[in-house]
Design a protein around this ligand. Structure first.
Ligand code: PEP
Ligand code: MG
Length: 574
C-alpha cells in the first residue's frame, strides 16, 4: 500500500530503491532449564562457528574498502570469540546450572562487561567491554535465529531506513549501493545530515515513524530537497520522481560551469566560499566543487575513526595532506571537538545529564592537556606545508581562549628549541557558537585573528533547543532576528578591529540565509562542498548594497523568523 511521509530535507537528490531496515534486532529470549546439556553446548559451538565466519567476512571486506588499520577492530572481535576464559565460562555455566545457551551467554558476558566497564580509568578495558558487547550480540543473534543488520555488507541498491544513524554508521555507507537514507529522528545539523551532504547521499531525517511505516523489501521514493518519502510508490509517482531527478541533474550541470569562476555578487563584491571537511579524503570534493579554502576541518573524525588516540605523527600526516592538497589556499583546522553526540570509545567519562552543555571540546582539551598538546604539536609541525589557521571550538570565555593560545605558544617554543621549522604566519581564531562569546565579540576581537560563527550550536544554545531533537525543531530558527542580531554583532566587532568573520555552521550554505549574510558583510562562507556551486550561482544574482538594506530591515523591523523569510523572498524575487 502506498504511504506518504514527510520529514526534514537535509541532503538534496532524488532516489527510488528498495528499503533496507536498520533496526535494533529483537534478541530477547527466555531463560530455560534444560535436560540435554550436550545439545546446548553444541548449539553454542554452532553459534560461535557462524559468528566467526561472519566476522571474518566483514573483516576482509573492511580491509579491502577501508584499509588494514580500520579492519583491526574486527580482529579484536575475533579474539573475543576464541577467548578460552570467556567461552569456557559460558560452557561451564550451561553444564553446571543446566540452563539454555542464551541465558548462560548473557550471564557470563554481563559479568565480564560489568567488570571491564567499572575500570573507568582504563581505556583499554573500556574497549574490551565494547568488543564483548558487540560480539555477544552477534552470538546471540545466531542462538535466537535473528539476523543482524550490517551496513558494510550491503551489495545492492537500497535506501536505508533507521531510527537514527550514528556518525560511524554514516561513515560506513558505500555510495555505490546506498542511494539515500531516511530516519525517525535528527535535524538539519545532526552529524548524520552533515555527512550525508558531504557524501552527496540524498537524505531525509526526523520523519518520526519511518521505521514503523516501512517493511523489509518495500520500495521507497525519496526527495532530499522537499523531505517527501513515498512508501511503495505507484508507477506514476516513480515516473514523477524520475523526472524530478532529471531536472535536478540539469541544474547541477549549470552550477558545474561555475567551478573555476570567482565568487562575486552582481555588483562585483567578492566573498570567499570555503568547504567544511571531516577527513583529508574530502578534499576531492572541495577541489571538485571549486572550494576557495577549507573553512572548517573537523579533526575529531580523525580521533573517532581510530581505535586509540591518533599519534602525533598520524595527525601530522593528516594535517600535512590537507594543507598540501589545498595548495596554499587557507585551511582552518579546528582542534578536537569531542562531546555532545561525538563520542570516543577510548575516552570514557562519567555519563552526563546534558552532554551538549557538559564536558566537551575545549573544556576537555584544557583539562586533559597532554592530548591537546599532541594535537597542537602536530598542527605546528604541519604548518610549513600550506596556509594554516588554527581554530578553537566552544569558547565561552576569554580566559579559555587565552589558556588555549598559551599552550599553543608553549608548544611552538618547544618545537623551535628542538630545531623544528614552523610557519610564522599562522592565524589563531575561535568558533563563535556560544551566545556569551557572541555578545562580547568586541572583547574577543582584540585578541583573536578571526571568528568563525558556528550557527549549528549558536542557534541551539541561543534558542535553548537541542539541534538533534525534532520535537523542538520549530525553535531551531536560523532566521530569527535574535540570531541575526548576534551574527551582526560578531561581524561588526571583527571588522572594527580589522579582523575577518566567517561562518562554518550549516546556515552559511542555506540559500535563504545567504542574501542576509551577504548584506551583513560576512567575509567567508564555509559549507558542505556540495553546496558551494549553487551558492556561487546565487551570489552572482545578488546586489550587495540591496542585500545590506535587506539585512538592516530584517534586523530592525522584523519581529519573527517568518517575517524575515518573507522579506528575503521579496528582496530576491527576480
Ligand atoms: C557549529 O556548531 O556550527 C559547527 C560548525 O560545529 P559542529 O557542527 O561540528 O558542532
Ligand atoms: Mg559546534
Amino acid at each position: 500500500m502506498t504511504k506518504q511521509l514527510k520529514g526534514i530535507a537535509v541532503s538534496d537528490g532524488i532516489a527510488v530503491a528498495k528499503a533496507y531496515l536498520l533496526v535494533e534486532p529483537d534478541l530477547s529470549f527466555e531463560k530455560k532449564s534444560i535436560e540435554n546439556v550436550d545439545q546446548e553446548v553444541a548449539r553454542l559451538a554452532d553459534a560461535l562457528t557462524q559468528s566467526t565466519a561472519e566476522l571474518q567476512a566483514i573483516r576482509d571486506k573492511a580491509a579491502k574498502s577501508l584499509g588494514e588499520e580500520e579492519a583491526q577492530v574486527f580482529d579484536a572481535h575475533l579474539m573475543v570469540l576464541s577467548d578460552p576464559e570467556l567461552i569456557g565460562s559460558v560452557e561451564g555455566n550451561i553444564k553446571d546450572n543446566n540452563v539454555n545457551a542464551e541465558s548462560a551467554l548473557k550471564e557470563v558476558t554481563d559479568m565480564f562487561i560489568g567488570m571491564f566497564e567499572s575500570m573507568v580509568d582504563n581505556p583499554y578495558m573500556q574497549e574490551r567491554a565494547a568488543d564483548i558487547k558487540d560480539v555477544t550480540k552477534r552470538i546471540m543473534s545466531h542462538l535466537v535465529g535473528v539476523k543482524l543488520p550490517d551496513l558494510s555488507m550491503i551489495n545492492e541498491e537500497v535506501i536505508i531506513v533507521a531510527e537514527d544513524l550514528t556518525p560511524s554508521d554514516t561513515a560506513q555507507l558505500d555510495r555505490n549501493f546506498v542511494r539515500a537514507f531516511v530516519t525517525n529522528i535528527g535535524g538539519r545539523t545532526s552529524h548524520s545530515a552533515i555527512m550525508a551532504r558531504s557524501l552527496e547521499i540524498p537524505a531525509v531525517v526526523g520523519t518520526k515513524n519511518i521505521t514503523e511505516a516501512v517493511s523489509e523489501g518495500d520500495i521507497l521514493a525519496l526527495d532530499g530537497s522537499s523531505g517527501e518519502v513515498i512508501v511503495n510508490p505507484t508507477a506514476e509517482e516513480i515516473a514523477e520522481f524520475e523526472s524530478k531527478a532529471k531536472a535536478f541533474a540539469e541544474l547541477k550541470a549549470e552550477w558545474e560551469k561555475l567551478k573555476n569562476a570567482q565568487t562575486v555578487t552582481a555588483d562585483g563584491k567578492h566573498f570567499e566560499l570555503a568547504a567544511n571537511i571531516g577527513t583529508p579524503k574530502d578534499l576531492e570534493g572541495v577541489n571538485g566543487n571549486g572550494g576557495e579554502a577549507v573553512g572548517l576541518y573537523r579533526t575529531e573524525f580523525l580521533y573517532m575513526d581510530s581505535p586509540d588516540f591518533p599519534s602525533e605523527d598520524d595527525q601530522f600526516e593528516a594535517y600535512k595532506a590537507v594543507l598540501e592538497g589545498m595548495n596554499g589556499k587557507p585551511v582552518v583546522v579546528r582542534t578536537m571537538d569531542i562531546g555532545g553526540d561525538k563520542e570516543l570509545p577510548y575516552l570514557k567519562f562519567p555519563e552526563e545529564m546534558n552532554p551538549f552543555l557538559g564536558y566537551r571540546a575545549i573544556r576537555i582539551c584544557l583539562a586533559e592537556d597532554a592530548m591537546f598538546r599532541t594535537q597542537l604539536r602536530a598542527l605546528l609541525r604541519a604548518s610549513v606545508y600550506g596556509n594554516l589557521r588554527i581554530m578553537f571550538p566552544m569558547i565561552a570565555t576569554l580566559q579559555e581562549f587565552r589558556d588555549a593560545k598559551a599552550m599553543l605558544l608553549e608548544e611552538k617554543a618547544k618545537l623551535v628549541s628542538e630545531g623544528v621549522e614552523i610557519s610564522e604566519d599562522i592565524q589563531v581564531g575561535i568558533m563563535i557558537e556560544i551566545p556569551a562569546a557572541a555578545v562580547i565579540a568586541d572583547r574577543f576581537a582584540k585578541e583573536v585573528d578571526f571568528f568563525s560563527i558556528g550557527t549549528n550550536d549558536l542557534i541551539q544554545y541561543t534558542m535553548a533547543a537541542d539541534r538533534m531533537n525534532e520535537r523542538v525543531s520549530y525553535l531551531y530558527q536560523p532566521y530569527n532576528p535574535a540570531i541575526l542580531r548576534l551574527i551582526k554583532n560578531v561581524i561588526d566587532s571583527a571588522h572594527a578591529e580589522g579582523k575577518w568573520a566567517g561562518m562554518c555552521g550549516e546556515m552559511a550554505g542555506d540559500q535563504t540565509a545567504v542574501p542576509l549574510l551577504v548584506g551583513l558583510g560576512l567575509d567567508e562562507f564555509s559549507m558542505s562542498a556540495t553546496s558551494i556551486l549553487r551558492t556561487r550561482s546565487l551570489m552572482k544574482r545578488l546586489d550587495s548594497a540591496k542585500m545590506a538594506e535587506l539585512a538592516n530591515k530584517a534586523i530592525s523591523e522584523c519581529d519573527t523568523a517568518e517575517e524575515v523569510v518573507a522579506l528575503v523572498e521579496a528582496y530576491t524575487a527576480e
